[in-house]
Design a protein around this ligand. Structure first.
Ligand code: ANZ
Length: 825
């Protein structure tokens, strides 16, 4: 399958090769993972795509990178599970379908077919027999079943509270889906609504989710580990009780700085906390209600900002500082959040800037309890220093540093029954219900007599009603409510009239366990097979984007731990190692329709060929870095691939030739390249593997064109090695080469080349011999020459002997293998 360029150089027909090898691969099915294989198992996974259009450059990048490892593992003799499916429920697909005036199912499954064809053209090393879509009833039946397992454990529950509301998508959002106060999906500013919603109790695992990050740290990127740490947000502090005149219950606050208690000069309750409404006097109630109207419009992020002017309302009551006995006015304000800590704080303006700003705005007293350094000219001082103004008859913190003052205060409060040391997490429970159509229905029936009743297992899946022709546009309540026949059921417990829950699950529920379903995707007796999970898992390498750092990756970790405790898996963590790939940008900007700088993957593939695009993506940079498509050269990659391919036509020795007697220099480079590639792949430096392969191509070309010649067995060995190395990134070119070298397909499954250790040893190094500081000889010696041998060789050298004539050797300094320094006189 070759032709000639106008300049007479042979080149292979890229398009014909793509068509040919796709047929061969479909027949050979080289990446089918065998559960019963005696080989050691490895599980390689990439984040499965949303089917919101055809594949784009991002998909091309992640799969090209991931394929390097998956293909390498096959060649290293592992049985590799590298599956792919579609995350096909959810808002992106649903919104796109509505925009295109299509039913989400038609739209989604149409896109899946397109993406599947593109993946196959792209030549990913996937076991396609295991594919499924999360919107298939045969999948979401088990999503619903798992929901019910969590429900039975009290890990899924319903509650009423103020939740994040996206006014554009008309649905609630989990905290993790609110980025800088905006909807993660559409960018609309998120507001709050009081609603009854379903939650997963992620907080039950807060400490463990945090602790296991220590084990993941070496194999996960620091960026993701730190993002998760911050998101879980563990802090140590105390709960302190402040008695309120005329009220039995004290106000309990959460503080990370109990050492500053002497400086608490007022108190603040979240304006939207129930406590504010309970505390407020009749005179102040109207003011609080007016204020609340404003507060509800704010996002949490802007509420917590230190930059905003402080607002609030006096509630008309006072609480008592338990250490100073002072009466503290109690305010309602927006800078305290209702769902963090206890929703109330002791305000210490001397040590906290937001409290300082509030005190300034409301003319409240400031008492410093930590001595700032002499040159300090700021407002609140948040640093460490000796305690001041912090003594009463029973406790004296004067002079203590923050840490000691904290523990002393906590011990005192505990003795007096005024408070206790506590640990607090910023992590909230995961709000999972959505008021949208395209998701797995929540398998609960609401009965006026029996309350929340799980749908019996034998009635799963609760299938999504088709609702063809219905208006699925977001309206704030679930479109499923309109399917009255579907909604109205009899209660499984009492047989009386009851209704189905009309909410659907967040897509992130679907993706929290999909990696388990790949193990036995057709099994209709169970969600997944524990034995197979033990055999294959946990996932050895997971490749995906950082945008899921605190979403998918945290949810999947939570699910795994919850399923472990239910006894369904024995893993503690789903992803042993995680590689986050950078983005493909264009001219320094994220590709987007509005900027008009999008690059179509399909067009690139047609213009340069699959292999050139893949090679370009892998070669451009280390996997974690962004790739600017404006800075790379797929045309250059295509030319390189032709150059590599031409080697396979020049080799004249027959297949199976023993490389033993071949040119040593070329053999050495070949074996060094293989060894280096092993190490580079293990450390995910795939771009350098490509660079080394290019060097090997150049060296082989030189050997052919120089004295070594095309018949030398080392030339065959080098060219075959190039084919194996290229099969990791450019599978079509590699197959063409392999075939031309006289082998059967497929190069993807040939064993990784053995490295001849002897060839890795450098032959000789040059040792310099100096006499009286002057170089008198250069010796070629073995790199592991002993000091004694080197010294003897140096002194025996005729040049050195001449220089020593008539002199006596006083001292010989030997630095094997590079230097000998002779001092004589
Ligand atoms: C008094 C104090 C003095 C505080 C001081 C800080 C510095 P992290 O570390 O994030 O857990 N806080 C408590 N509950 C809050 C709520 N619902 N909304 C807003 N702020 C709240 O922060 C804990 C600190 O944040 C607590 O410690 C409290 O202010 C405030 F010099 O108490 B501190």
């Amino acid at each position: 399958m070759s032709e000639h360029d106008t300049d007479g150089t042979a080149r292979y027909d890229v398009q014909a090769a793509e068509e040919k090898w796709q047929r061969v691969w479909a027949e050979l099915d080289p990446f089918r993972a065998d559960d019963d294989s005696p080989r050691e198992k490895r599980y390689a996974l990439t984040m499965f795509p949303y089917p919101s259009g055809d594949l784009h450059m991002g998909h091309a990048e992640v799969t090209a990178l991931h394929d390097v490892v998956a293909r390498h593992w096959w060649q290293r003799g592992y049985e590799v599970l590298n599956p792919m499916g579609w995350d096909s429920f959810g808002l992106p697909a649903e919104n796109a379908a509505i925009r295109n005036d299509a039913h989400p199912a038609d739209y989604t499954y149409g896109n899946i077919a397109t993406q599947l064809a593109s993946f196959q053209r792209y030549g990913v090393a996937v076991d396609w027999s295991r594919r499924f879509n999360t919107s298939d009833p045969s999948y979401y039946r088990w999503t619903q079943w798992l929901f019910l397992q969590l429900h039975a454990q009290g890990l899924a529950y319903r509650k009423n509270s103020a939740v994040n509301w996206c006014p554009h998508d008309q649905t609630v959002l989990a905290n993790e889906q609110v980025v800088d106060g905006a909807c993660e999906r559409c960018g609309a500013e998120v507001t709050k609504r009081e609603l009854t919603q379903w939650y997963f109790r992620t907080t039950a695992y807060a400490q463990e989710l945090l602790d296991s990050l220590d084990d993941l740290q070496p194999t996960w990127s620091d960026k993701v580990v730190n993002a998760q740490r911050n998101w879980i947000g563990r802090s140590e502090g105390a709960h302190v009780d402040f008695p309120v005149a005329g009220r039995e219950e004290p106000i309990t606050v959460y503080t990370t700085r109990p050492d500053t208690l002497f400086g608490a000069t007022f108190m603040v309750v979240a304006a939207d906390a129930a406590l504010a409404a309970e505390l407020v006097t009749e005179e102040q109630r109207g003011a609080l209600e007016d204020y609340l109207v404003e507060v509800r419009k704010e996002s949490d992020i802007s509420r917590l900002s230190t930059e905003r002017p402080k607002t609030g309302v006096f509630l008309g009551v006072h609480a008592t500082n338990p250490l100073t006995g002072t009466a503290l006015p109690v305010y309602a304000a927006d800078y305290v959040l209702a769902d963090y800590g206890t929703g109330a704080i002791m305000a210490v303006p001397g040590q906290d800037q937001r409290d300082w700003d509030f005190a300034a705005a409301f003319d409240l007293p400031v008492v410093r309890t930590v001595q700032p350094p002499e040159d300090f000219d700021g407002e609140a001082f948040t640093g460490d220093g000796p305690a001041i103004n912090s003594a009463n008859d029973e406790i004296d913190l004067s002079g203590m540093g923050v840490t000691e003052a904290k523990s002393t205060t906590i011990a005192y409060l505990e003795r007096q029954g005024l408070g206790r040391g506590t640990v607090n997490f910023r992590l909230r429970d995961w709000l999972l219900s959505r008021q949208r159509y395209w998701g797995a229905p929540i398998p609960i029936i609401h009965c006026p007599v029996d309350g929340e009743v799980p749908v019996p297992e034998d009635q799963l899946p609760v299938e999504l009603p088709e609702l063809r022709g219905a208006d699925l546009k977001p309206k704030g309540t679930s479109p499923l409510g309109a399917a009255t026949e579907w909604v109205n059921v009899t209660c499984p417990t009492c047989g009386g009239p009851a209704t189905r829950d009309t909410d659907t699950m967040d897509t992130f529920v679907d993706s929290s366990w999909y990696f388990l379903r790949y193990l036995s995707p057709q099994d209709d007796t169970q969600a997944f097979d524990k034995g197979l999970a033990d055999a294959w898992g946990p996932i050895d390498l997971y490749v995906g984007g950082d945008e899921h750092a605190v979403l998918h990756l945290l949810y999947a970790r939570f699910f795994t731990k919850a399923l472990r405790d239910i006894g369904l898996v024995s893993w503690d963590e789903p992803f042993s190692s995680y590689l986050s790939q950078g983005k493909v940008v264009n001219n320094g900007r994220k590709m987007s329709k509005s900027l008009g700088n999008g690059v179509s993957l399909g067009e690139q593939l047609s213009e340069f060929g699959v292999d050139a695009v893949r090679l370009t993506l892998v070669f451009a940079s280390p996997p974690e870095d962004d790739i600017d498509w404006a800075d790379v050269s797929p045309g250059g990659s295509a030319r390189f691939l032709q150059r590599a391919w031409r080697l396979s036509g020049d080799v004249t020795s027959p297949a199976g030739t023993d490389p033993g007697g071949g040119d040593t220099a070329l053999r050495r480079q070949t074996h060094k390249t293989v060894r280096e590639a092993e190490q580079l792949i293990a450390s995910h430096r795939f771009n350098v593997v490509v660079a080394r392969t290019m060097e090997l191509v150049n060296a082989t070309r030189k050997a052919i064109d120089s004295g070594v010649g095309p018949a030398d067995p080392a030339v065959r060995e080098a060219t075959e090695t190039v084919a194996v190395l290229l099969s990791l990134v450019a599978p079509y070119t590699a197959e063409e080469m392999w075939e031309r070298l006289g082998h059967e397909p497929t190069v993807a499954r040939v064993p990784w080349p053995d490295v001849d250790e002897a060839l890795l040893v450098e032959d000789s190094v040059t040792a310099v011999v100096q006499v009286q500081g002057k170089v008198r000889a250069r010796l070629e010696v073995a790199p592991d020459v002993s000091e004694a041998d080197l010294e003897a060789a140096a002194l025996a050298d005729p040049g050195v002997q001449r220089a020593l004539e008539g002199k006596q050797v006083r001292k010989v300094i030997v630095r094997a293998p590079k230097l000998v320094n002779v001092v004589a006189g």
